[in-house]
Design a protein around this ligand. Structure first.
Ligand SMILES: [Zn+2]
Length: 67
């Protein structure tokens, strides 16, 4: 699900200098709302996870393991 693009001023592990726009992005979910800035920042690239999730709209079915 698309959300409004945002980026974070924080820099650290797992927080690349990218903007996010996908609700299920694990990196986006790790950024506290207070640390989210609206928009795409200054010439930041799009988050690769958001792009990947965009091409993969539904999660794969769980692998059922036999008894
Ligand atoms: Zn993302």
């Amino acid at each position: 699900m698309r959300i409004k693009p945002f980026h974070s001023p924080l820099r650290g592990i797992g927080l690349a200098t990218v903007w996010h726009d996908h609700a299920r992005c694990p990196i986006a979910q790790s950024i506290a709302p207070a640390d989210q800035l609206p928009g795409k920042g200054l010439n930041l690239p799009r988050c690769p996870y958001c792009a990947m999730l965009d091409r993969w709209p539904t999660p794969p079915p769980p692998v059922e393991e036999g008894p």
